[in-house]
Design a protein around this ligand. Structure first.
Ligand code: FAD
Length: 381
């Protein structure tokens, strides 16, 4: 009998497991694959501020591939906004390696990691799992579903989702010539409901991808690389869904909690889920500790998540607003943003994970927000 079993050895599950174990409660993580962080479907871009908040600088540095200083963001007709800083704002990490570093530190803290172990079902305190093709039972007081975007745990506790809650992402590693300091983001028809990206690993290699709701992601990708003249040697490919739906309000049922992509703790603006998922995983860990120690209800996890949910809801609203614009409206907005020097404002005040931080600062600048009344109304109501 474990006190807690976490389903899924991704960043959010490992953060939750390590936290519960560190608080003194015997914890296991089950992972369906034979190796943590493999396969991987991720660009591996994480904010410096998020790494600081989580206190995982050493872990990130172990798998660091590039340091990013800003972004060039293009509208459908190639209007550009540049957000440039003199210092590093984000890291590009080897994502598989990152998960393995997190797994190692969790195991060092005492977490038991069970590979090749897939969750099939949960009944009360019993997990029905498949281990190397054989059925087994695991007993656990509390269960954390951190099993990613297609979460089995989420289905087991009865949370349904629909296709409109996701975008489909496709990414390739490309060998070519890239400016290693900046990521590039592109809005256009090849990326309906989302955007395309070029995230450099160094001067000669980048992760080039896009996400879209169109239903033919390969075609979208080919159109994008042709239109933007991205050439070079196309190597590894990955493809997966990204949750962009409204954050769930209820993610605890009896003794089961959800965290990370399983709980839609993903930024609907950018699809990034590593930092907020790990922060949420830790909050899950603390809520479980309070449950065991002080008999507090596990449901408190939902309340304890409020600061994270506030940010997730803002991301979701910004996404709704962007998706409400036609290409022409988006071009016009980019032009206006260029004239109002929004890029410079974002360089000083922007935050990749927590939009509330820059929206708060924006509200102190009526000269700026009065230029975008529709956006402000959409996002703040
Ligand atoms: C193309 C792409 C690019 C992205 N780029 C970024 C980025 O640059 N930055 C960023 O922050 N986010 C990015 N994301 C999102 C990010 O990858 C996810 O938000 C993040 O991985 C979520 O972490 P998690 O721990 O919740 O789930 P995951 O990392 O998905 O981990 C879930 C784990 O559960 C395991 N599992 C699943 N089902 C079972 C089962 N039944 N039994 C046992 N184990 C199971 C899986 O094997 C997996 O190891 C990207 C996503 C995509 C698709």
């Amino acid at each position: 009998m474990y006190m807690t079993t976490v389903v899924g050895a991704g960043p959010s599950g490992l953060a939750a497991a390590k936290r519960v174990q560190e608080r003194g409660w015997e914890t296991a993580v089950i992972e369906e694959h034979p190796k943590v962080g493999d396969p991987v479907a991720c660009t591996g871009l994480i904010s410096v501020s998020g790494v600081k908040d989580l206190g995982i600088r050493k872990e990130a540095e172990e798998v660091l591939m590039n340091e990013i200083r800003g972004a060039q963001i293009f509208s459908p007709s190639h209007e550009m906004i540049e957000v440039k800083r003199s210092e590093t704002v984000a890291y590009v990490v080897d994502r598989g390696g990152f998960d393995r570093v997190l797994a190692r530190t969790a195991v060092e803290a005492g977490v038991e990691l069970k590979l090749n172990t897939r969750l099939i079902d949960i009944r009360g305190e019993t997990l029905f799992v498949e281990h190397k093709g054989r059925g087994e039972l695991i007993k656990s007081r509390v269960i954390v579903g951190a099993d990613g975007v297609n979460s089995r745990t989420r289905k087991i506790i009865g949370i349904e989702t629909t296709a409109k809650d996701y975008v489909h992402a496709y990414q390739m590693d490309v060998k070519g010539r890239f400016d290693p300091r900046y990521v590039q983001l592109y809005f256009g028809d090849y990326s309906k409901g989302f955007f395309a990206w070029v995230v450099p690993e160094n001067e000669e290699r980048a992760r080039v991808g896009l996400a879209s709701t169109s239903g033919n992601i390969r075609k979208d990708f080919n159109l994008f690389v042709q239109e933007k003249n991205i050439s070079g040697e196309f190597c590894d490919m990955c493809s997966s869904l990204i949750p962009v739906g409204e954050p769930f309000r209820s993610i605890v049922k009896d003794n089961v909690l959800l965290t990370g992509d399983a709980a839609f703790q993903t930024k609907a603006t950018s699809g990034g889920g590593i930092i907020l998922g790990m922060l949420a995983g830790r909050i899950a860990g603390d809520s479980i500790d309070a449950h065991f120690k002080n008999n507090l209800p596990l449901k408190n996890y939902e309340r304890n998540l409020e600061p994270i949910n506030k940010e997730l809801r803002l991301h979701w609203k910004i996404r709704q607003f962007m998706n409400s614009l036609s290409n022409e409206q988006m071009d016009a907005m980019f032009r206006k943003m260029g004239r109002a020097k929004v890029g410079e404002f974002l360089a000083q005040a922007g935050d990749m994970d927590r939009p509330s931080r820059f929206i708060g600062k924006l509200m102190l600048k009526p000269s700026l927000w009065r230029l975008f009344p529709e956006a402000v109304k959409f996002i703040t109501t």
